[in-house]
Design a protein around this ligand. Structure first.
Ligand code: ADP
Ligand code: GLC
Length: 487
């Protein structure tokens, strides 16, 4: 049994802005069910405190001149012991963990996440008398990037794994900010955390962690190339002997069409025809014509370039000519939101959008759509296509990252051997052509049903993938040059 400190800036259901929360809420649970001794650690944001109510203070420390309490609770609905880093000056703020009410980064994000990392390090080094010391700290994304770097300063330390969920967000700050953080001077060097005159939190993970992994095998390869590496591909090639890829799993309790509490009608593989009831409800919700036979495409996600939103917008004139409907849920760049709102106003029979964040509606779109649109430009793993597969909602995806690793294109051979699960398009095909191919498949009802069955049968649970993490934890502790004695 390993002792794992799992550090993250968000975890569902306590706080969520995207897939990182889904993973941080479900992987620790899967690890605990495989007998690992896991503690989840995250900031005690206002929204988190509202969800957990009162909890026990188990340690206090002054960090960067501020009093920090460690609060103990359990991740709701699980046995996962959860430690909340309570520093009201930095975390007792409403709304988004990273953005203020004007959708701008909090002005003190560098200070906030430096403090968070310092506390994680203090826990990892057993300096808070919690009577528990991890063998390994599992860090996730830039907000935890300083942990491996700071731990490297210690004479003995737990091993460190840095998981890349998205290379596009690196936590870059100017020198002036770095100068205020009271970090070791040698962190400002191009071989350490300096990156083209900026201070990079992510480099802390990439340079110092004993192991690095990305959330899919294909993305682990892609980030070693200039096209996907955001300037860090050289560093990742340099460290490639410790870089690997493990696909994300999904919480199969939360995302289960057979029991989903948000649906008007639950269904499973054997009662797939009941999915139609969810489609009718979704059409009604979005005021789209109640046409049971018209192909309904769903989209859920952040309205940002990563998600291929440009491509969808460019395809819309052609798509409006096809016998399809489109239901969108998302928020992000205001100009994308506005573009979709305009299209929806002009073509209310064909396209509708809800701007915002809505957990229940996300489940209803997964269940009520026939197919799911996810033409991301890059996708480290992607969870929505995994939810879609489970809900018999065929994903239409670009052949990148985790999308490529989890969806099998419908071609003569894959249809024959029952491995087809959706539509995967590459550079040789446009999004419109991919959707035309989808429509052809949709018209062939027996084939369509077979592909739905194939999709719903695919195992995207955590069980195997959590084992892959446990193996990686073992390898990583083996790589630690200065392990803690008697850990
Ligand atoms: P990313 O983390 O890049 O945003 P993922 O596909 O890994 O993409 O995960 C996104 C998660 O956030 C999914 O659980 C998805 O359902 C959810 N999500 C994204 N946008 C919304 C929204 N507007 N409303 C509700 N859920 C959303
Ligand atoms: C990121 C990625 C997404 C991935 C998620 C969880 O936000 O964009 O592809 O699924 O993290 O790992």
């Amino acid at each position: 049994m390993s002792k794992i400190l799992f550090a993250t800036s968000e975890a569902y259901p306590l706080i969520k802005t995207g897939g990182l929360a889904d993973v941080s809420g479900s992987l620790p649970r899967a690890l605990v069910s495989q007998k690992q001794d896991v503690r989840l650690i995250l900031p005690a944001y206002a929204d988190v405190m509202e969800k957990v109510g009162s909890c026990k203070t188990i340690a206090s420390q002054v960090v960067d001149g501020l009093t920090v309490n460690i609060l103990e609770t359990r991740l709701p609905g699980t046995k996962v012991k959860t430690w909340l880093v309570d520093c009201p000056e930095y975390f007792d703020r409403p709304g988004n963990p990273y953005l203020d009410e004007h959708n701008e980064d909090w002005h003190d994000n560098a200070e906030r996440f430096t403090l968070f990392c310092r506390v994680v390090v203090a826990v990892a080094l057993n300096q808070l008398e919690l009577n528990w010391q991890p063998d390994l700290v599992h860090c996730n994304d830039w907000q935890t990037g300083l942990v491996p770097a700071l731990l490297d300063e210690a004479p003995q330390r737990p091993a460190t794994l840095f998981t890349i969920h998205n290379m596009a967000y690196q936590g870059l700050f100017p020198f002036d900010t770095f100068a205020k953080l009271s970090l070791p001077d040698h962190f400002w060097h191009h071989e350490t955390l300096e990156f083209h005159d900026y201070f990079s939190f992510m480099k802390g993970g990439l340079v110092y962690a004993d192991s690095i992994n990305a959330v899919s095998p294909t993305y682990a390869e892609e980030i070693k190339t200039p096209e996907f590496g955001y300037g860090l591909d050289g560093l990742l090639r340099y460290r490639q002997s410790v870089v690997s890829g493990i696909l994300n799993g999904i919480d199969t309790t939360e995302w289960n069409p057979g029991t989903d509490k948000y649906l008007v009608q639950t269904y499973n593989r054997r009662t797939l025809s009941k999915k139609q009831i969810n489609k009718a409800a979704l059409q009604q919700h979005f005021s789209l014509p109640a046409e049971p036979d018209t192909l309904l495409l769903g989209f859920i996600g952040r309205l940002v370039e990563q998600k291929g939103v440009d491509d969808i917008l460019q395809a819309l004139p052609a798509l409006m000519e096809l016998p399809i409907q489109i239901a969108i849920l998302g928020s992000g760049q205001p100009y994308y939101e506005q573009d979709f709102l305009d299209w929806a106003q002009r073509h209310p029979q064909k396209i509708a959008i809800t701007v915002g964040y809505d957990e229940a509606l996300a489940h209803q779109i997964e269940a009520g759509s026939d197919a799911f649109l996810m033409p991301s430009r890059f996708e480290p793993c992607g969870l929505n296509q995994l939810y879609s597969l489970r809900y018999g909602t065929l994903p239409v995806v670009r052949d990148v990252g985790g999308l490529k690793d989890t969806v099998t294109d419908s071609q003569v051979e894959t249809l024959e051997n029952n491995s087809a699960t959706g539509i995967v398009f590459s550079k040789d095909e446009t999004l419109v052509e991919a959707i035309q191919r989808l429509l052809t498949l949709y018209k062939d009802t027996p084939k369509w049903k077979q592909v739905q069955h194939n999709a719903m049968q695919q195992d995207n649970s955590w069980s195997h993938r959590a084992c892959a993490y446990i193996e990686l934890y073992e390898q990583t502790t083996g790589r630690n040059p200065r392990p803690v004695k008697n850990a």
